[in-house]
Design a protein around this ligand. Structure first.
Ligand SMILES: Cc1cc2nc3c(=O)[nH]c(=O)nc-3n(C[C@H](O)[C@H](O)[C@H](O)COP(=O)(O)O)c2cc1C
Length: 175
């Protein structure tokens, strides 16, 4: 992949990113989609078990079905939608309490992809508000597959300043 034309620094990417909920009609290219997927592919996962599955949703019929059945309200008219899932049969379950780390792996993958979207000059919002059962039915996903997040993606048509964040002193404890 040719990353040379994208020279935004990591710190600019994390500082410039904001949740974009309005997109232009312009299509995201297959090259851009592949770069976003590649950013997800290289994400770390517990014990490197790599349980993540990514659905690239561009089919208008399926997108409309999701909207009509109200599986989520948060697709924001995006024409390219990434749905990040994990397979509970592959994800690492912590030995002593059996806690499934698939959702953590999928969240890290989603964050990699979200920051790649910003680095490419595109926009997205990390969406977790959806009816998982309904989404799984529409997408025809097996029982062992869990939907972790949705990233509606496109060219930004909404520009806004950063949200307020807590001061470092309110979240950091030095010992
Ligand atoms: C785990 C997670 C779940 C989120 N779910 C939704 C969602 O369902 N719908 C939505 O509009 N925004 C959602 N957001 C976006 C947050 O509201 C947003 O990131 C937060 O308000 C900070 O704003 P910023 O992203 O512009 O910095 C989610 C963000 C995260 C990290």
């Amino acid at each position: 992949m040719d990353y040379t034309k994208y020279n935004k620094s990591y710190f600019d990417v994390i500082n410039d990113r904001y949740s974009c909920r309005e997109f232009t009609d312009e299509d995201v290219s297959i090259e851009q989609i592949n770069m976003i997927l590649e950013a997800g592919r290289v994400a770390p996962s517990a014990v490197n078990f790599q349980p993540v599955k990514i659905i690239v949703l561009r089919d208008e019929k399926i997108i409309n079905e999701i909207i009509e059945k109200r599986a989520t309200k948060y697709l924001f008219n995006a024409k390219t939608i990434f749905i990040i899932c994990y397979d509970e049969n592959i994800s690492w379950h912590r030995g002593y309490d059996n806690v499934d780390h698939g959702v953590v792996d999928a969240s890290i993958c989603t964050t990699h992809m979200m920051l790649a979207i910003e680095a490419l000059g595109l926009g997205t919002t990390y969406v977790c508000s959806f009816k998982e059962d309904l989404l799984k039915e529409i997408l025809n996903l097996d029982k062992n597959i869990h939907v972790s997040a949705i990233l509606p993606c496109g060219y930004k048509n909404e520009f806004k300043p950063h949200r307020e964040r807590k001061e470092l002193k309110d979240l950091v404890i030095w010992k």
